[in-house]
Design a protein around this ligand. Structure first.
Ligand SMILES: [Fe+2]
Ligand SMILES: [Fe+2]
Length: 306
């Protein structure tokens, strides 16, 4: 069982990362519809607003109640988030709350205040409910696209990917609500299987959203896709065979290196996109978003003991 303080701190850390992720998924969906599907774009806009409100509340609660590791990892906001939001707002016409991101840059760390336990428990329930609705929306879109009843400028695999991330958030919250502590080995394996898969898909998306003339970047992205697909398969094999922790440790070191490399690649790519030096259909906020997801995974890896 985790303590009340830990429950508060872990819940808020998770929300700061994932509520923003959910809000941005809504923005990416909204930006991908054609004029005919204005009603779907409105639904996405509503999700964006609702997640923005939840994030606002989480930010209020998080001051002095969230770990320094989370705040320092670059998973909540990066140095480029505000600029990426500003540019994406200008390019898409979608309203984005820049003031909230600036507020997040000023958040102070602290141990979770145990007296907030009941309040956080209620907040978690609301976030879970809202995330379930977003999962349903993503499922609806995916089905329509796969049945060829909807055309959107988001790949089906991307929508599936956004849905998987929402489901992962939901599972994490369900576990937290039960105050359950996962065994370290199990936790490492679960996180690795999930995030290896996510990192591999990011690399594939980057490769496909770059202009075909960007050959060097495409090759680099394809290499990352290969590396993370292999890492995912290796850890799955290890999980099946129950092999020794020594092997997990070796794999873990490979993982750290690969994740730092993809983090650097995304960080550089994001800066180039912001500086208008890459030909692509990647909006600056998407570039910053996938960087934050790599930062989150790296933070998890760096603080897990094998
Ligand atoms: Fe995402
Ligand atoms: Fe992602």
């Amino acid at each position: 069982m985790i303590s009340a303080g830990e429950f508060v701190q872990k819940s808020l850390g998770l929300h700061l990362f994932f509520l923003r992720i959910m809000k941005e998924h809504s923005i990416f969906l909204e930006a991908g519809f054609v004029p005919k599907d204005q009603a779907l774009a409105w639904s996405a806009e509503m999700f964006k607003n609702e997640f923005n409100q939840l994030l606002e509340q989480a930010v209020e609660l998080a001051n002095d109640n969230v770990s320094g590791e989370v705040l320092g990892s670059g998973e909540v906001v990066t140095v480029n988030t505000v600029a990426a939001e500003e540019k994406t707002k200008e390019l898409t016409g979608i309203d984005i709350d820049l003031a909230l991101s600036k507020k997040e840059l000023r958040l102070r760390p602290g141990r979770g205040n145990p007296s907030l336990e009941a309040k956080i428990e209620r907040f978690n329930l609301i976030a879970m409910q809202q995330t379930k609705s977003l999962i349903d929306f993503k499922t609806l879109l995916l089905e329509k696209i796969l049945e060829c009843n909807l055309f959107a400028f988001n790949f089906p695999l991307l929508i599936e990917h956004l849905r998987e991330e929402a489901m992962f958030y939901l599972e994490r919250l369900e576990k937290l609500q039960e105050r359950r502590k996962t065994a370290p080995r199990q936790k490492i394996i679960e996180e690795k299987v999930f995030w290896d898969h996510i990192m591999a898909e990011h690399a594939m998306f980057i490769s496909h959203l770059l202009d075909p003339s960007e050959k060097t970047l495409i090759t680099q992205a394809d290499n990352f896709a290969r590396v993370f697909t292999q890492l995912e398969q290796q850890v799955k094999r290890l999980e099946k065979t129950g092999k020794a922790n020594r092997m997990l440790r070796e794999l873990f070191n490979e993982e750290l290196k690969a994740t730092r490399d993809i983090r650097d690649f995304k960080s550089k790519g994001g800066q180039l996109i912001l500086a208008c030096q890459v030909r692509s259909i990647i909006n600056p906020l998407l570039a910053d978003h996938v960087l934050r997801e790599a930062n989150h995974f790296l933070n998890e890896l760096e603080h897990l003991k094998v």
